[in-house]
Design a protein around this ligand. Sequence first.
Ligand code: HEM
Length: 156
Amino acid sequence: MEAIVAGPERRERLMAEIMERTGIDEAMIERLVRGFYVKVREDAVLGPIFDARIRDWEPHLKQMCAFWSSVALMTGRYHGTPMAKHLPLPVDAAHFDRWLALFEATAREICPPEAEAHFVERARRIAASLELGIAGANGIMLANGERFRRNQAGAV
Ligand code: HEM
């Protein structure tokens, strides 16, 4: 009879499969995260939003490495509440577009193509779900593919 592969063993296998297929490892995640936030902090649109909220960058960067390790490699290292952290932010579609443009540029610079595609696909999905949540918190129910724009919604 074939053994049922569950729990930690299944996670190990998934992780090994993703690492082998994409070349992603914790070192690549750390380069991506650190490279991305260098761009974010210099950015005219996003920089001030982070600067106003993050005093000590090192814990945030460590948290983001754990997040991407969980998202990209299924390691389960991240335990947090990203939606709750983003709901109060003064952001809309323009901020998410900028965030993704910087993330995608960093992934292109740092990762081989399979890894880049793996990160970017997940970043786009999570960004869309955060934007949907933020719109909802501002009383706007987005239709499929619709974007959240505060000026049009009149909800600044
Ligand atoms: C509009 C673009 C975005 C802005 C301005 C933004 C800003 C921020 C800020 C200021 C924090 C710190 C919050 C706090 O500690 O109080 C944060 C945390 C975080 N962000 Fe974003 N973010 C954006 C998009 C994204 C996207 C697209 C992702 C994921 C793909 C993401 C993932 C996270 C995670 C995982 C945390 C840590 C939450 C925790 O402490 O557990 N963010 N973000």
